[in-house]
Design a protein around this ligand. Structure first.
Ligand SMILES: Cc1cc2nc3c(=O)[nH]c(=O)nc-3n(C[C@H](O)[C@H](O)[C@H](O)COP(=O)(O)O)c2cc1C
Length: 186
């Protein structure tokens, strides 16, 4: 028996989603926030989208910078996700307060997060409103990855990296490498 709802307080039935820290530098301001609502949009050109609510400081900073970085966290950075996703740069300098190590970008001016196992440098291509969020579409100009995080086909190595997965509210989980399979349709 399934239950059917036509009203739902939180819309988070589709999780788990991987957690990324997204942000940018605009002038002297450097700010990042946790982001679960993100998606690849195109292979060629490589486009990546992040959804950011308009009230976030990150929204302001990325809009001004016209670029952003997307930094994927592993399960051992769970606390950092909670800190960057439950505190706002409107109140506290999160980079300073939480001792976030930054890494200079190769192509853009905004920094990346050193702890990320993979991170993208993106140039802002387009912004579109969707309800209470804006979709920031970035062209991916560079990818920074930890050695051994991916195999030669760019498949994540689950023996080396356990991505941080978000379940909604303040709950997280990760993958079980024992379930790793390579399956062909025959
Ligand atoms: C795991 C996690 C994922 C989140 N994903 C998003 C998201 O995709 N989009 C969004 O606008 N806010 C998201 N948030 C909320 C922001 O990260 C949060 O409001 C943050 O404090 C905003 O910081 P800022 O004001 O410094 O930008 C998420 C929070 C958490 C904990």
């Amino acid at each position: 028996m399934k239950s059917v709802k036509t009203q739902f307080k939180r819309f988070q039935y589709f999780y788990p989603y991987t957690v990324a820290l997204v942000g940018a530098r605009a002038g002297k301001r450097v700010n990042f926030m946790s982001c679960a609502w993100h998606t690849a949009l195109s292979f060629e050109p490589p486009l990546f989208g992040i959804l950011v609510a308009r009230k976030r400081l990150t929204h302001e900073v990325i809009s001004e910078a016209r670029e952003f970085t997307v930094n994927f966290l592993s399960f051992d950075r769970i606390k950092l996700s909670a800190q960057m996703g439950r505190k706002s740069g409107h109140e506290v300098d999160k980079v300073k307060e939480f001792g976030v190590k930054l890494r200079p970008a190769r192509v853009i001016k905004s920094p990346l997060i050193e702890e990320a196992y993979v991170a993208f440098e993106c140039r802002l291509a387009e912004v579109r409103p969707f309800g209470d969020h804006d979709l920031f579409v970035g062209e991916v100009l560079a990818v920074h990855e930890d050695a051994h995080a991916f195999n030669s086909d760019d498949i994540l190595n689950p023996m080396k990296v356990r991505p941080l997965l978000y379940l909604g509210s303040d709950f997280y989980i990760t993958i079980d490498p024992d379930t790793f399979k390579h399956v062909l349709p025959d």
